[in-house]
Unconditional design. Structure first.
Lengths: 344, 323
């Protein structure tokens, strides 16, 4: 009775099986997406800079206007004969000055509030951009995980094919349909090897493109978080000033309110300092981080002739074994990494 | 004081119900602009975008920072125009990525549509119109602003044949164009005299404008008392148990038929010198929780003043204005 051997069943791959052309297209698409995201991030950083600068200017103007009011109050408090005489002579003029200072303060406060409203809306745009970049990173990660899983499944089938081949080759008994079976197994081995290599290439190319995508996402996330914190703090300071400005209408309480206003305007000074350091930080993003990312993307584009996977014709049994070994070794390493990560 | 977020909608809708019940006339800041402002502040329209809801504890009305946030959004909405609105698809995309962010985008969209198409009360506004151009020209001036104690105030006056700016006046009447030029100092003068008594303000404006001041009114929306607001010491403390919205107005002019005082809270200033040929009418109207109406009646009786009050009844949540 001749011995019966069967071709091991096909691997249960998930998703579409990659091809050279599809991988090439995917690589180009990821690079185009990254480049587009970089342009968007650059434009958002520039808008953010202009909003912060304008907000800083308005906070400064509000503080200056408050200082004028403080000066008027100080003159009112001056004792001494000459000061009293000048005060009585210029009473009407001072009333006008004071009224103008208060009206001016209100106008400046309105300008600050407008800028803060614009900044708050812009913060939402930053958050949306950060979330979209995160979503792109997540889908690349999912693709990598899927490619690695398929690679492991392919490697197991390569093992099974190789085992069957060896068993047939070393069999001392006659094997039913030996020639046809060997031919089929050789074809399957080469075909499967190519698939495993394509999955490997898919994971490799996505990993390579993942870094710039992650950097962009992190840049945007930092920008969003800092902007959100900055707007919140500036709004709290401006609101305190707004409450004081509203209270200025009460003439009887004016000196007390002006004193309180001064302290809230001092707090605005802190908000202005925060604005300045924030602007300096985004300047760093503009002149260093973003060009660096841009160069990184350009460098990836310029890697010419990078082979994604070999041709079907060139696949040998050694190469099949090597592919399977590599896939299984990578899977084992990933598993160990997973344990180590869990222990940390 | 800051209203808890959960109470903001209730507060605004009660305020709106009071305003609609009292139906302030043209001596007050425009009702439509007040209603739109309240709609904009309502989280039902603007979500959490304009929060926290700050209340001026003296008047029980929205404080300047809260109001200015709505005005700032209006500035943005009008500057950006309708083409800047996000598409439904973009909003849905934001929702899919983060529910809170999607809700903010949607609220901003709703708020901007409302504010782009409808006016809200400005922080300060002076409008002059030529009311009569045949014979002696008559100019009507309206000055709207957030008054001392955070009430919404309109000072309105009619002046016949005002002196031109070149002649030391504050108004330039251009009869052929039916237009009136206003000296910027007039607005400052009106702001400066926020606390001046009506009769003294009449004298100041008479000096500043020249001509004949036919009528001068000062009308306020507010205060709005509700539980949690400290009441002034000179009012019945039992009123703390519900809602009371005030509308007060004082008018001095030759066209006032009879001097009357219908304000149980503030007595007329002692020794008031009414301008010759003029009479003064003062009233304070209330919209209050039904349970407080007897208390208001007692207050009026104690002061010898009939009380003009109507019940503030809960009304259904208004359907959102079609945007």
């Amino acid at each position: 009775m001749p011995q019966a051997f069967a071709v091991p069943p096909p691997a249960a791959y998930q998703g579409e099986r990659p091809t050279q052309a599809a991988l090439q297209r995917r690589r180009e698409q990821v690079r185009a997406d990254n480049k587009q995201a970089l342009t968007r991030v650059g434009s958002l950083v520039r808008t953010q800079q202009s909003i912060s600068q304008e907000l800083g200017q308005e906070l400064g103007a509000l503080q200056t206007q408050g200082a004028q009011l403080q000066e008027l109050e100080q003159r009112d408090r001056d004792t001494g004969l000459l000061a009293s005489l000048v005060r009585s002579l210029n009473r009407r003029q001072r009333l006008l000055e004071r009224s103008s200072a208060t009206e001016g303060l209100l106008e400046r406060y309105q300008a600050v509030t407008r800028q803060l409203g614009r900044a708050a809306a812009f913060t939402d745009e930053l958050q949306l951009c950060a979330l979209e970049l995160q979503s792109a990173v997540e889908s690349m990660n999912d693709e990598i995980v899927g490619a690695e899983r398929n690679r492991r499944r392919g490697a197991s089938r390569l093992d099974a094919l190789e085992r069957t081949l060896r068993e047939i080759e070393s069999s001392e008994e006659p094997v039913a349909g030996r020639t046809g079976l060997l031919d089929k197994l050789h074809f399957e081995l080469r075909h499967e090897t190519l698939l495993v290599e394509l999955f490997e290439a898919q994971a490799r190319l996505l990993r390579a493109e993942l870094d710039p995508a992650r950097s962009l996402r992190d840049t945007m996330l930092d920008l969003y978080q800092e902007m959100a914190g900055f707007v919140q703090a500036a709004r709290a300071n401006a609101d305190t000033a707004g409450r004081r400005i509203q209270a200025l209408g009460l003439a009887a309480d004016a000196p007390l309110v002006v004193a309180e206003l001064q302290s809230s305007l001092d707090e605005l000074g802190a908000a202005m300092q925060a604005t300045e350091s924030y602007i300096a930080q985004t300047q760093h993003l503009l002149v260093e981080v973003l060009p660096g990312l841009s160069a990184q993307l350009e460098a990836r584009v310029n890697i010419e002739g990078e082979d994604l996977a070999g041709d079907l014709e060139e696949v040998s049994r050694e190469r099949a074994r090597a592919s399977a070994d590599r896939a299984l070794r990578d899977a084992a390493l990933a598993e160990v990494d997973g344990w180590l990560d869990a222990d940390r | 004081m800051q209203l808890p977020d959960a109470r903001v909608g209730t507060y605004l809708r009660a305020f709106r119900a009071g305003l609609e019940a009292l139906a302030p006339h043209g001596d007050y800041v425009p009702l439509r602009e007040q209603i739109t402002l309240l709609e904009a502040l309502d989280p039902d329209c603007s979500g959490g975008l304009l929060l926290p809801a700050e209340i001026d504890s003296r008047a029980g009305l929205p404080a300047l920072p809260w109001l200015e946030r709505a005005r700032a959004e209006q500035g943005q909405a009008r500057a950006a125009g309708a083409h800047a609105d996000l598409s439904q698809l973009e909003i849905e995309r934001a929702y899919a990525l983060d529910k809170a962010l999607g809700a903010r985008f949607e609220a901003r969209q709703r708020l901007h549509r409302l504010l782009r198409n409808h006016d809200i009360l400005p922080a300060s506004r002076l409008v002059a119109v030529l009311k009569r151009s045949d014979g002696v020209p008559v100019v009507e001036l309206s000055y709207d602003h957030l008054a001392v104690g955070s009430a919404w105030e309109r000072v309105r006056l009619e002046v016949a044949a005002p002196a031109p700016i070149s002649g030391g006046g504050a108004l330039d009447v251009q009869l052929s164009q039916r237009a009136v030029g206003v000296h910027p100092g007039l607005r400052h003068l009106l702001a400066r005299h926020a606390l001046t008594s009506l009769v003294a303000l009449h004298a100041q404006l008479h000096d500043a404008l020249g001509g004949r001041l036919l009528r001068l009114s000062r009308s306020r929306v507010g205060p709005f008392w509700f539980p949690g607001i400290p009441l002034p010491r000179d009012v019945p403390q039992a009123l703390v148990a519900g809602l009371v919205l005030h509308l007060s107005s004082e008018v001095v002019g030759t066209e006032v038929r009879a001097s009357r005082h219908l304000d149980p809270w503030h007595a007329p200033p002692a020794g008031e010198l009414v301008p010759r040929g003029c009479r003064i009418y003062r009233e304070r109207r209330f919209c209050a929780s039904p349970a407080l109406l007897p208390e208001l009646e007692r207050w009026g009786d104690a002061r010898g003043v009939p009380v003009l009050a109507q019940p503030l009844t809960p009304r259904p949540v208004p359907t959102r204005r079609s945007l």
